[in-house]
Design a protein around this ligand. Sequence first.
Ligand SMILES: Nc1ncnc2c1ncn2[C@@H]1O[C@H](COP(=O)(O)OP(=O)(O)O)[C@@H](O)[C@H]1O
Ligand SMILES: [Mg+2]
Length: 270
Amino acid sequence: MTTSTRQQHTAGGPHPGAPADHAHGVAAARATDLSKIYGQGETQVVALDRITVDFRQAEFTAIMGPSGSGKSTLMHCMAGLDSISSGSARIGDTELTKLKDKKLTQLRRDRIGFIFQAFNLLPTLTGLENITLPMDIAGRKPDKEWLDRVIRTVGLTDRLKHRPNQLSGGQQQRVAVARALASRPEIIFGDEPTGNLDSRAGAEVLGFLRNSVRELGQTVVMVTHDPVAAAYADRVVFLADGRIVDDMAEPTADGVLERMKSFDAKARTS
Ligand SMILES: Nc1ncnc2c1ncn2[C@@H]1O[C@H](COP(=O)(O)OP(=O)(O)O)[C@@H](O)[C@H]1O
Ligand SMILES: [Mg+2]
C-alpha cells in the first residue's frame, strides 16, 4: 500500500522531491550528531563521529573521502540498513532510531531506493520484471505512467524483454537504477554505483541519475571515489576519519581533484 502522502503524487505530477521552486533546501534526509561505533574497547572503531548533514530534496549529492572514512557506513545508517550508536538519522520527518524492525523494513521498501555496486539483478527475470520486482513482492501496482517515464529516462525502452546476461554492464546498472526509481522513493542512496562499470557505461548511469534529479525531481546521494563522477552531482560532501571536512557546491572534476589533493597534503604533514 502506498501512504496517503504518496498517493497525492499523480503520474507526471511533481515528485515530493521536486514540487515548487523552494524544493531545494528541504531536507529529504538528515543526520544530526550521528555517530557509529563498531566493536568495543581496544578494537573499537569510530566509523562516524558526530556527523551533521542535510540531503536536500531534488538534489544530487556525492560523498567522497579516503577508504575507511565512513562513506559506506553513512549510506547504510541513513538508509536504515545499519543501526546508529548515537545521534539521529531521519528520512523526511521520520526518525529511524524510533522504528521497530517491521516499520523500518516498510520504510526501506516504500521510501528508500538503494543501488549497490554489484547490480544484484535476478538472472532469470527480464529487465522489466527486475524493475518491478520489489513492487511485485510488496503487492503494489506500479504507476504505469511513472514507470514508462522512468524507463524512457533510463533509455531502456527497447531492452525490457532482455535478461541481465543479454545486457551490457551499463545497461544492467541502469535496470538497477530504474528498479530503485520505480516505486518513487523519497531518496535514493548509491554506494559506488558506477564502481563496476567502465567509463562509458559509468557515464551512462551517471547521466541518468542526474536526469532523474533534474527531470523527475528525484533526490540522490551517491558515494564515489571518482572526481569525474562527482562532477555530475550538485554538491560534494567530503568525509575523513568519520567527519565531514568539506562541502562543495557545483563541483567540477578539476575542483574536486584539487580539493582531494589538498586533503592528501594535509594528511602527510599532520
Ligand atoms: N562491520 C564492521 N565492523 C567493524 N568495523 C567496521 C565495519 N564496517 C566498517 N568498519 C570500519 O569503519 C570504518 C569506516 O568504514 P566504511 O564506512 O566502510 O568506509 P568507506 O566506505 O569510506 O571506505 C573503517 O575503519 C572500517 O574498517
Ligand atoms: Mg565503502
